[in-house]
Design a protein around this ligand. Structure first.
Ligand SMILES: Nc1ncnc2c1ncn2[C@@H]1O[C@H](COP(=O)(O)OP(=O)(O)OP(=O)(O)O)[C@@H](O)[C@H]1O
Ligand SMILES: N[C@@H](CCO)C(=O)O
Length: 293
C-alpha cells in the first residue's frame, strides 16, 4: 500500500490561514505489518536522526490506528520524501494527512477525503495547507465548528510554480509569534478585498490580476525580515515576469507563478542571483492525497 500527499503553498499573499494550492512535490509512505517497528527514510530528512523514532507521522498513525482497531500492531514504514522540512512547503501537513490516511487504510476502514481533512484539523488548526494537501489544486478554506469548508479550483498545466528554497528553515509556530496581535481596520479591509480578488482571479483564470491582488499587509513583511534576501527574491521574480510572487506559508520558501514559456528564464535569473538557494520549476498538483491499494 502506498499513500502519497503533495507539498503546498499557503496564504498566497493576503489569504492568511485561508488560501493554498498544491504543487507536484510528493511525500510517499509504504507500510506493512511487521514483528518489529521500523522507520526508513529516503530523500528529505534521511539524515535527520530525530525522524527515525517516534516522529510526527508515527505518533498520529498510532493514535488513529489504536482508536480505530483497539489493537497494538507494529509496522515497517518506508518514507520517500520530496518536501523539504520547515521551508513553507507544507511538510507538516503532508505528514499529518498521510498518517491519518495510512492509519485508516491499515485498519481496513475506507473514509472520505473530507473526513481525513477534518481529522487533520486537530493537528494543524489553520486549514490552508491541509486542504490542498488532501484535495489538490487551488483551495479557499474556512473552519466552522471544527470542520473545514472549502472550494477547489483545478489548476491548468500552462502555468507553473517556481519555488525558491532558502538554505535556512523557518519554523511555523515561531513565525506565528512574529505577527501583530491586532490589525487596523484599514489593513483588515486591504487584506479582505485583496483575498477576495485573488480568489476571483484564480477561479476566472485571470492570471494577470494576481500581481496586484496578492499584496498583503498581515504577515509577509514581518516574516521576510528574518531573511532579508527574500525581498530581492520577490523583486527579481517580478522583474523577470512572474505573475505573482509571495512568501510560501510562513516561509522560508518564496513561491512564484509564471506562464510555462517564461518559467525557465525566471528560474535561471533566480538561480544566478541566489546561488545558495534551490530554485525549482514545479507543476501544480490537482490530485491531493492519493491512496494506491
Ligand atoms: N517527513 C517528515 N517526517 C516527520 N516529521 C516531519 C516531516 N516533515 C516535517 N515534519 C514535522 O513538521 C515540522 C515542520 O513543520 P512546520 O510547520 O514548521 O514546517 P512546514 O510544514 O514545512 O511549513 P509550512 O507549514 O509553513 O508550509 C518538523 O519540525 C517536523 O516535526
Ligand atoms: N497560514 C499559516 C501557514 C503556515 O504554513 C501561517 O502563515 O502561519
Amino acid at each position: 500500500m502506498i499513500i502519497s500527499v503533495p507539498g503546498t503553498s499557503a496564504n498566497l499573499g493576503p489569504g492568511f490561514d485561508s488560501l493554498g494550492l498544491a504543487v507536484e512535490l510528493r511525500n510517499k509512505v509504504e507500510f506493512h505489518p511487521s514483528k518489529f517497528f521500523s522507520v526508513s527514510i529516503k530523500g528529505e530528512g534521511e539524515n535527520n536522526p530525530r525522524l527515525k523514532g517516534n516522529n510526527l507521522f508515527v505518533g498520529i498513525f498510532n493514535d488513529h490506528y489504536s482508536r480505530l482497531t483497539q489493537k497494538k500492531q507494529n509496522f515497517k514504514f518506508t518514507f520517500y520524501n520530496q518536501i523539504p522540512m520547515s521551508r513553507g512547503l507544507g511538510s507538516s501537513s503532508a505528514v499529518i494527512v498521510s498518517a491519518i490516511a495510512s492509519a485508516h487504510e491499515a485498519a481496513g476502514i475506507r473514509v472520505s477525503k473530507r473526513r481525513i481533512l477534518n481529522h487533520a484539523l486537530v493537528y494543524e488548526s489553520h486549514p490552508d495547507n491541509i486542504t490542498p494537501a488532501v484535495m489538490g489544486g487551488f483551495n479557499v478554506a474556512a473552519v466552522e465548528k471544527n470542520k473545514v469548508f472549502s472550494q477547489k479550483k483545478h489548476l491548468p498545466s500552462y502555468i507553473k510554480a517556481i519555488v525558491t528554497i532558502p538554505n535556512k528553515p523557518i519554523n511555523t509556530s515561531k513565525a506565528r509569534t512574529l505577527l501583530p496581535k491586532s490589525y487596523s481596520k484599514e489593513n483588515a479591509i486591504f487584506n479582505l478585498s485583496h483575498t477576495a480578488l485573488t480568489v476571483g482571479a484564480f477561479f476566472n483564470e485571470d492570471w494577470e490580476m494576481l500581481k496586484l491582488a496578492t499584496q498583503d499587509r498581515f504577515h509577509q513583511k514581518a516574516r521576510m525580515k528574518i531573511l532579508p534576501e527574500l525581498f530581492s527574491v520577490q523583486k527579481t521574480a517580478y522583474e523577470s515576469g512572474a505573475l505573482m510572487s509571495t512568501l510560501s506559508g510562513s516561509g522560508s520558501t518564496f513561491f512564484s507563478m509564471a506562464y510555462d514559456e517564461d518559467a525557465a528564464m525566471i528560474a535561471n535569473k533566480l538561480s544566478q542571483k541566489f546561488p545558495d538557494f534551490i530554485v525549482k520549476i514545479l507543476d501544480f498538483d490537482n490530485d491531493g492525497l492519493i491512496i494506491e491499494r
